[in-house]
Ligand binder design. Sequence first.
Ligand code: SAH
Length: 233
Amino acid sequence: MSWRADILTLFPAMFPGPLGESLAGRALEAGTWSLKVTDIRDFGLGRHRAVDDTPFGGGAGMVLRPDVMDAAIGTVSDNRPLIFLTPRGTPLTQAKVRKLAAGPGVILACGRFEGIDQRVIEARQGQEVSIGDYVLSGGELPALVLLDAVIRLLPGVMGHAESSTEESFSEPLLEYPHYTRPALWDGHAVPEVLTQGNHAAIAAWRREQSIVTTQNRRPDLYLQYIATGAQAP
Ligand code: SAH
């Protein structure tokens, strides 16, 4: 059985979008994963198919109605995790991505406007997930981001050439930097250790680069790394 993604959105034309290309696109064609997009508007109310209303308590913007969202969710809901994309959610991590890839699929609800009525999120026992500390105009790009991260981990999607074992976040560390030919480019040489064929020295250099880069750029991750009992470089 292939890994199944359902998307609930007001903008179905945004899918598969970039996921129709490259690795994910080929895997979609091969049936490694499947995608079903549901237009929330189909469940809108009245002649104008209204999906939103003004917020209780006042304030700017509109909120997606729980009755409309619930009807849309009801048509796709099964044993798969239901995720609401929202900046209020817990951060998307590689650990969460791996867990999703190991399961049967996912149902993703994309918000718009100010977001979705909290009652339907709770009643449907959805998880709330954020892709980062910034605000986008809708949940569609976050849904594509989440799916891209998951699909590349599905069995058979990445070839050996794109192996995922050593990359960033497989430990709480950023990856080391990469270099390719030419060895001397525009006066800039690649780090000498990489050209000398000493595999132990290369591994040690890459490890140190990972640790130092993480310490400089991501002190939060570095603390996690140290907490694993690892040594400073
Ligand atoms: N008023 C909300 C932002 C709404 S943005 C707030 O301040 O929290 C509109 C929609 O875009 C959201 O419902 C959500 O689905 C999506 N969205 C925006 N930023 C996001 C992020 N960083 N991660 C996940 N979804 C996001």
